[in-house]
Design a protein around this ligand. Structure first.
Ligand code: GLN
Length: 196
């Protein structure tokens, strides 16, 4: 059975666990370096990226997660998780994990209190996919190997670069698990490659 870790320092963790289990995989809350052992994929949830960064430093998780990425382990960042993954953040000198070839801008769909839901058509995943945006970032610019999967208001909100999937919104807050299913497929394909 595939084991998917969810970074569980802060933020929307339980909802991801529910979707992962419903799709027939094992979900593991990651709170320490030991929890990263044996996972086949990692979800970086939404929350507050600056808080998560502090906790990543406090628990010594930054480098171990980068090492996991070096091994090719697929990673899925939603909202604040996308900010953690990005190589560049508008207005900041340094990134957090700095793994995915995208530039992101924080809080780019309105003011602090703003949240909204729309339905998106997502390349290779499906139509009418509900997307909940909560003080969401968007992808301002993407490297040439980044595949743009969805846009909202002309802004990139879902993209993939090889092992990395980055999403502006919260797919886990809806009953529609097609995006998680897509990520699990990425994990499955990667695991198949590793075991040959
Ligand atoms: N605004 C948050 C940040 O910049 C992200 C919000 C979210 O994850 N829902 O970290």
């Amino acid at each position: 059975m595939l084991k998917i870790g969810i970074l569980a320092l802060q933020g929307a963790v339980r909802e991801h666990i529910r979707q992962i289990e419903e799709l027939g995989c094992e979900a593991i809350s990651v709170k320490s370096v030991e929890d990263l052992k044996d996972i086949n994929g990692l979800v970086l949830p939404g929350g507050e990226s600056t808080t998560m960064r502090k906790l990543l430093d406090r628990y010594g998780l930054l480098e171990p997660i980068r090492a996991l990425a070096d091994k090719g382990i697929p990673m899925f960042g939603t909202c604040a998780g996308l900010i953690l993954l990005a190589k560049e953040i508008v207005g900041y000198d340094t990134p957090h994990l700095g793994l995915m070839e995208v530039v992101v801008e924080r809080n780019s769909f309105g003011r602090q209190v703003d949240s909204f839901e729309v339905e998106l058509s997502i390349h290779g995943i499906g139509e009418d996919i509900p997307a909940v945006f909560i003080r969401a970032p968007h992808i301002v610019d993407a490297g040439e190997n980044v595949e743009i999967l969805a846009k909202h208001e002309e802004r990139i909100v879902l993209a993939r670069e090889g092992q990395f999937l980055g999403c502006s919104f919260h797919p886990e807050l809806t009953e529609d698990s097609r995006i998680m299913k897509y990520f699990i497929q990425m994990v499955r394909e990667n695991t198949t490659v590793l075991s040959h």
